[in-house]
Design a protein around this ligand. Structure first.
Ligand SMILES: C[S@@+](CC[C@H](N)C(=O)[O-])C[C@H]1O[C@@H](n2cnc3c(N)ncnc32)[C@H](O)[C@@H]1O
Ligand code: SF4
Length: 340
């Protein structure tokens, strides 16, 4: 069974713990912890032994990656083991930027392995930031400023920087101010090449400096529908092409392109759900080949493609489909990937 190579993504959750408690982050954390460096090494070895390699490696999932005390050590290990891109071609992560100190910034920039870094901000002013994220707005802006300063002084194009804004009730009136705020911040460094975008599925969604608006995911389907409407309204105010793209029918592409491994080694077929009963098994006891070609994975793919009668309870109730998604016209390509 194949993966969609272009969109293939490997998620390894270094930790599901976090220093913040953002209001929209409805994460279930029945257990909390840090991945050990031994488990991380074992996972990387298992991937190298498998027939799969990925386009993108994301060393985070449900927590704050920079909270891991061995973040640098783990990334250095990855760098050493990823010879000839045998694990992944690109590397990126999202962060709340609270721990983005000088040392981490220099490491990220000098290591040359990071393709993209996403700063999750979600606000244009201190009040809204406190309300949504509860952290220190000025501190993260200053950390980001220092990161840009070091990036320029080292003359590095990578990582591309994404300033992310998840659109929700609490910040819906600040979209324009956010664009203004980021523009002003970049102008402090004489940077004028800012891209403003609203979703991952536009082919050119990312530039060296990009503002990305995303919709908030709600666990409840009714709430999700409300948030989709809010997002559509707000995006239509800013982007002329928003309605054309958002009306195209899509299907979820998780099991065709994603492998997510939690901090304990449990493997999942997408980046939304981490309920234990959705796990395909633990990477310690199974090979990646067996997990990806498992009957469970085939059933999931068939369900999403509308083949057969078997349903999947988790997918059925999922409000995901934010990323990864495929337009209906890609169904033929996805069917091809399911052949063993
Ligand atoms: C769970 S966080 C982990 C990384 C890091 N702590 C951060 O905030 O960027 C990963 C991403 O999910 C986003 N996120 C959190 N809750 C969300 C929600 N309900 N809907 C959509 N995205 C959400 C965050 O903004 C972040 O970009
Ligand atoms: S910083 Fe990230 S992981 Fe932490 S609560 Fe906020 S969105 Fe969730």
């Amino acid at each position: 069974m194949k993966f969609d190579q272009l969109n293939s993504t490997l998620i390894i959750e270094l930790t599901n713990m976090c220093n913040l408690n953002c209001i929209m982050c409805e994460i279930d954390r029945p257990r909390q912890g840090f991945m050990t460096i031994d488990l991380f090494r074992e996972i990387l070895n298992k991937i190298k032994q498998s027939k799969y390699s990925f386009n993108m490696f994301l060393p985070f999932w449900k927590g704050e990656p920079l909270l891991h005390p061995q973040f640098i050590e783990m990334m250095e290990l990855y760098l050493k083991m990823n010879l000839n891109n045998s694990i992944a071609k690109n590397l990126g992560f999202d962060t709340n930027a609270h721990f983005l100190d000088k040392d981490i910034s220099e490491f990220i920039l000098k290591s040359n392995i990071f393709t993209v870094i996403t700063f999750s901000i979600d606000a244009a002013c201190n009040n809204t930031y406190s309300l949504i994220r509860g952290g220190d707005f000025e501190k993260i802006l200053n950390n980001i400023r220092r990161f840009i300063k070091i990036k320029l002084s080292l003359n590095k194009k990578n990582p591309n920087i994404v300033f992310q804004f998840i659109v929700m009730e609490e910040n819906k009136d600040e979209l324009g101010d956010f664009i203004k705020k980021i523009k002003e911040l970049l102008l402090e460094f004489d940077i004028k090449n800012l891209k403003v975008n609203y979703n991952y599925d536009k082919p050119d969604f990312i530039g060296e400096y990009t503002i990305l608006f995303r919709k908030v995911l709600k666990k409840n389907k009714v709430e999700q529908e409300k948030s989709n409407i809010l997002f559509s309204q707000k995006m239509s105010e800013i982007f002329e092409d928003f309605n054309t793209i958002s009306n195209l029918k899509t299907i979820c592409g998780g099991p065709f392109s994603h492998v997510a491994i939690d901090y304990e080694g449990n493997v999942y077929p997408c980046c939304v759900e981490n309920k234990v009963d959705f796990s395909l098994g633990n990477i310690i006891y199974k090979s990646l080949n067996d997990i990806i070609c498992s009957e469970d994975m085939i059933k999931l793919r068939n369900y999403l493609l509308g083949i057969g009668n078997e349903k999947n309870k988790v997918c059925e109730n999922c409000i995901g489909q934010v990323f990864p998604i495929y337009y209906e016209k890609n169904i033929k390509m996805l069917k091809g990937l399911s052949e063993i």
